[in-house]
Design a protein around this ligand. Structure first.
Ligand code: GTP
Ligand code: MG
Length: 378
């Protein structure tokens, strides 16, 4: 309700335009101010503000509901609820169609396992024409670590959807639908979120990706408490974006080691290079998701990407509709593909663990800001 657009509430056009011009777009934006603040911001008299706000409050006030109405609403929502198919058949079947709209889906796993590759494929799928099974929309890709590679995106497109990408101008059109944002700090990121909120309303955005949430939050906050506070605010905002726009929101998360003295080794942090290199077993054996438990509760779907004995797996570790399943996968010129559509059902602690076994740590390619794990089986 609070996200209803001011200019769609039947206010007189003259006053609705003033709200828009002052960047007060939704009912929530307006209701977060006192009448005096609004008089000052909008530069209009008390009477006009009072009458406009009374109207806005009336429109957004939740109506009285009966049990029957709730039931009808639920049926309607279920019909409207959509999914972005990943085209990984086993995973789509387990998720009843793919990445769900309106909630947060997390990809968590060690460096180099394939999180960004997965995101690139999802971006393409969301931008494909509906006639080809896509969402025919724009994508907002928040590329925190500047790892987005357009060339790789086109390569995946050409190899996965040759019928579309070989048509003249189609590769450019698809790539042109993906908007890349590269905020360099949490405050810039928060600003991007406000911009995104407006874009989601005004443009045909069908997918939001944040790659990687962990790098953004952990890079800036060393201290656990401030980190949790910063994360809390951002997560609530992103969740509300997903809910009101009803688009899939995909976020990547990294891993940290949780053993002995080195209880906080983030795989992408420069200072941890020597520790990981000197003691790869430490990094290998006790990995946990880098963003803690509160974050884990905020996401509806958690996909763990991991390696066991050199084989990559996608684990559907958290889902409200599926048992925990693991699918072996590899990364090819077409991007991420499953080796088997029959997921292996997991039980016990295996569901929550994150493994990184058999991916060669000696081939960790280090550049100035990050680790990239170069694996042999691509
Ligand atoms: P971080 O961002 O460092 O946490 O890692 P990530 O999980 O996002 O890894 P990413 O998705 O970047 O995957 C890197 C892996 O994808 C590499 O180790 C390769 O195995 C594979 N890969 C990357 N680029 C290509 C490519 O052009 N062709 C093929 N076949 N594989 C690639
Ligand atoms: Mg990545």
């Amino acid at each position: 309700m609070a996200n209803k657009l001011i200019n769609q509430m039947g206010l007189p056009k003259s006053i609705a335009n003033i709200f828009t011009a002052r960047n007060i777009i939704t009912a929530k934006d307006a209701l977060s101010h006192t009448e005096f603040e609004l008089m000052e911001l909008l530069d209009v008299g008390k009477e006009e503000v009072t009458s406009a706000m009374a109207h806005v409050s009336e429109v957004v006030c939740p109506p009285c509901q009966t049990a029957l109405l709730l039931l009808e609403q639920r049926v309607r929502n279920e019909t409207l609820a959509g999914h972005l198919p990943t085209r990984l058949k086993g995973l789509d079947d387990a998720l009843c169609g793919g990445i769900p709209f309106g909630v947060l889906t997390e990809l968590v796993g060690p460096a180099g396992i394939g999180k960004t590759q997965f995101c690139l494929k999802l971006s393409l799928l969301a931008s494909l024409p509906a006639s080809c099974g896509g969402l025919d929309g724009r994508v907002i890709y928040i590329d925190i670590e500047s790892k987005f590679r357009s060339k790789r995106l086109i390569e995946i497109g050409i190899n996965s959807f040759p019928e579309i990408f070989h048509k003249k101008g189609m590769a450019q059109e698809m790539a042109g639908r993906i908007l890349i944002l590269r905020p360099t700090s949490l405050s810039e990121f928060a600003e991007s979120l406000y911009q995104i909120k407006v874009s989601l309303l005004q443009q045909q955005v069908k997918l939001l990706i944040i790659d990687s949430m962990a790098a953004l939050v952990l890079g800036e906050h060393e201290c656990g408490t401030t980190r949790q506070q910063a994360l809390g605010w951002h997560v609530s905002f992103i969740k509300s974006l997903a809910e009101f726009s009803r688009i899939p929101v995909v976020l990547t998360n990294q891993v940290r080691s949780q053993s002995g003295d080195e209880s906080r080794i983030y795989s992408f942090q420069a200072q941890s290079r020597s520790i990981i290199k000197d003691n790869p077993a430490t990094y290998d054996s006790h990995l946990v998701a880098a963003l803690g438990i509160n974050w884990a509760h905020a996401v509806t779907i958690r996909l763990v990407l991991e390696a066991r004995s050199g084989q990559r797996f996608i684990k559907l570790a958290k889902s409200p509709i599926s048992p925990p399943l693991a699918f072996p996968f590899k990364i090819t010129s077409s991007g991420v593909i499953l080796l088997d559509d029959d997921g292996i059902e997991m039980k016990g602690p295996e569901i929550n663990t994150i493994q990184c076994q058999g991916l060669s740590l000696s081939s960790l390619a280090v550049n100035s800001t990050e680790y990239v794990l170069c694996t042999k089986n691509t």
